[in-house]
Design a protein around this ligand. Structure first.
Ligand code: SAH
Length: 364
């Protein structure tokens, strides 16, 4: 499928402030979502399995230099119990996420994945950072279905500044995304919106890249400053001063989500927890009405949840699985939508030539 919304049009939408015009963007995104992935909202149970991290990311509270943070790593029994909860609540997927923790041994995690796959009907998604290709291949062979790794920003200089390499190991998340696809994973990526130093034009390029990479899943959340990080004082880290700085506000996230839906009509796109954090009242609902079709309820045991502090003041920090499930049910039916059944993976990848007539999209 070709990209019929070009980068200039994307940029114009990102700068749009007229509420009536924006209503049109929301309407198109919602309609595209409905046509391509339907009304089901798929739920992925998020289990934050470790907050150890070898990296020094300037944005993230788990960064190795944050010595104030108490570190934890869940054991296999705790991870199985969380996966079991996902089954109980009828979620089709469990997402095992963590810092880039080399204390998570490759064979150990492979065994955990094999256990979940043999004892539950769940799809298993991993999000464990930039592990070597052989680790990723071993986890795929153990049955893991999907891998999430955001490229965070397509601005290579900015990315290197906020995500310094580990030792002399050059890091290129676009290369990793290609490897993941070759290994046979469904592949997810995404960005933070409003990183200090990130311009509107670079967000437009991020969106173009979502299309080019043909991503199966796209996560977009606002950058939220964490006081224990170099970016904790917000804009002061990289003064932009030229009016080009992309804001890290709700509206900018909704525009990016809506445009992500238009450039990747059949992708799975969550209303992210970071969005729910900056608008705890109805950020999720607005995300789901402006292009998103997935939500990731948190199944991390409460005793660990507070410690997985990638950013402060996270939404739903004290919600048990039960209360969360009830709340989500209400929110989703309030939108006239329903909770998806099954694993909710990407439908068959199609080339443009195979697309049925009338399914082309865009602003022709
Ligand atoms: N270690 C894994 C998982 C990181 S947490 C990895 O690096 O891929 C998942 C996502 O949280 C990150 O990709 C990033 O986009 C987001 N995140 C981290 N710190 C954040 C912050 N301060 N504000 C908003 N999002 C943040």
């Amino acid at each position: 499928m070709s990209l019929t919304l070009d980068k200039n049009e994307i940029l114009t939408w990102l700068r749009e402030t007229n509420p009536a015009r924006l209503e049109e963007l929301w309407r198109r995104a919602d309609e595209t979502r409905r046509q391509h992935v339907g009304d089901a909202v798929h739920l992925r149970g998020l289990v934050e399995i470790s907050n150890f991290c070898a990296r020094a990311c300037a944005y993230c509270g788990l960064r190795v230099a944050n010595t104030k943070l108490t570190r934890y790593r869940m054991d296999a029994a705790e991870i199985f119990a969380a996966a079991q909860q996902a089954v109980t609540f009828g979620y089709g997927t469990v997402v095992l996420q963590g810092g880039e923790d080399y204390g998570i041994r490759t064979d150990w995690l492979a065994e955990v994945v094999r256990g979940i796959k043999s004892e539950t009907p769940l799809a298993v998604t991993l999000s464990l950072g930039e592990r070597p290709e052989k680790d990723l291949a071993e986890w795929r062979a153990a049955g893991a279905d999907r891998y999430l790794i955001r490229f965070e920003t397509s601005d290579a200089d900015l990315f290197t500044k906020i995500h310094p390499p580990l030792g002399n190991h050059k890091c290129d998340r676009l290369v990793i995304l290609r490897q993941l696809r070759e290994i046979g994973f469904e592949v997810g990526s995404g960005i933070m919106v409003g990183i200090p130093g990130q311009t509107y034009a670079s967000v437009a390029e991020d969106l173009r890249l979502f299309h080019e990479l043909d991503l199966d899943m796209i996560g977009i959340g606002p950058f939220i400053p964490h006081p224990a990080t170099p970016l904790g004082n917000g804009g002061k880290f990289f003064p932009s001063g030229n009016g080009e700085q992309a804001p890290n506000n709700e509206l900018m996230v909704y525009k990016s989500v809506a445009l992500a839906r238009l450039v990747r009509p059949d992708a799975n796109i969550p209303a992210t927890s970071a969005l729910a954090t900056i608008n705890k009242v109805n950020g999720r609902e607005l995300g789901l009405r402006r292009g998103a079709n997935v939500f990731m309820p948190n199944l991390t045991p409460l005793k660990y949840r507070r410690l997985y502090e990638i950013y402060p003041d996270k939404a739903c920090i004290a919600e048990t699985g039960d209360t969360c499930h009830g709340c989500l049910n209400r929110r989703i039916s309030g939108l006239g939508r329903h909770i998806g059944s099954g694993q909710g993976g990407r439908k068959q990848r199609q080339s443009a030539a195979e697309m049925p007539a009338g399914q082309e999209w865009g602003y022709a």
